[in-house]
Ligand binder design. Structure first.
Ligand code: SAM
Length: 280
């Protein structure tokens, strides 16, 4: 662009995102509960259930190798823990492993702490834990991960912070195996019902920065988080972006996507949505 203004703006955005998450890391889980009135837990549970991670042992193989899952923008490990719990308790799969990846070392440090105190997945000196690993990386450059190596790519409440979402989608496509699934849980910029949208926007623009100020003494970071939701593409726009990266979007064309009619699933009146794509 002229005079490189766009580049400067993008660099500012990336460094802003870093500062925001470094400053919210320690209070992140508590703040999520307060801001969403605990509902983010239900969305995350539903997201993970809908993915049914892990492989059921068949009568031929009692010890399936398990899936390799990449949880991008995995932060404090909220999604990864649910993925492992589901694989282990529902599918009786002890082989599935999750790589928790995040650009922010402070958020990853919170994730490490959580797994260190989680007795089932905790690693010990004699039994190093292979089921969870941590990778500091930008979602737009996953060069540490081999092409066609991942069964399931998850990203929850992360992608709206990425500077170049298309580049991150291309990287997701590259690292997934053919048949692998891209799954995203994210806020939507607006609710389809205008009255409910008005009420919701009053809550998010009014209460969330205020809660940030009172509980975490950080109004600005929470103001940024609310504004980043406004700027995220609408559900049909995002479904098209996933398709443009090369994925098949279940439900988008043929209407056979089950819960994903139209190419996505709205949660809680469309405050959040689940998008999926399958690598052909
Ligand atoms: N997935 C977690 C959850 O659902 O609780 C954490 C979500 S948190 C709102 C967003 C995360 O995205 C932060 O940990 C932040 O560091 C990470 N992030 C932001 N930009 C990123 C990027 N370009 N690549 C990887 N992670 C990024």
């Amino acid at each position: 662009t002229h005079f490189g203004f766009e580049t400067v703006a993008e660099e500012l955005k990336a460094s802003r995102v870093r500062t925001v998450f470094s400053s919210v890391a320690a209070s992140y889980d508590t703040m999520n509960d307060l801001m969403s009135l605990g509902i983010h837990r239900l969305w995350k549970d539903h997201f993970v259930r809908s993915l049914n991670p892990g492989i059921r042992p068949t009568s031929y193989s009692q010890s399936a190798a398990g899936q390799t899952i990449l949880d991008i923008a995995g932060g404090t490990g909220d999604i990864a823990l649910r993925l492992l719990d589901h694989a282990t308790t529902i599918n009786r799969d002890n082989g599935t492993s999750v790589i928790i990846s995040d650009i922010n070392p402070e958020m990853l440090a919170e994730g490490r702490k959580r797994f260190a105190t989680s007795p089932y997945y905790a690693s010990t000196a004699t039994s190093p834990n292979r089921r969870v690993s941590f990778l500091e990386a930008n979602a737009e450059d996953l060069s540490a991960i081999e092409s066609n190596s991942i069964d399931l790519y998850t990203v929850a409440f992360g992608i709206r912070n990425f500077t170049h979402k298309e580049v991150a989608l291309k990287e997701a496509f590259r690292v997934l195996k053919p048949g692998g699934v891209f799954a995203c849980l994210e806020f939507t910029p607006r609710l389809s019902n205008p009255i409910m949208n008005g009420i919701y926007k009053r809550w998010s623009f009014g209460a969330i920065p205020l809660i940030g100020q009172v509980v975490a003494a950080d109004r600005e970071s929470y103001q940024y988080l609310v504004e980043s939701i406004e700027r995220f593409p609408s559900q049909p726009e995002f479904a098209s972006m996933i398709e443009e990266a090369g994925f098949i979007v279940p439900g988008k064309e043929r209407g056979d996507g089950g819960e994903l009619q139209g190419g996505w699933e709205d949660l809680s009146l469309g405050i959040a949505a689940i998008h999926k794509g399958v690598k052909p």
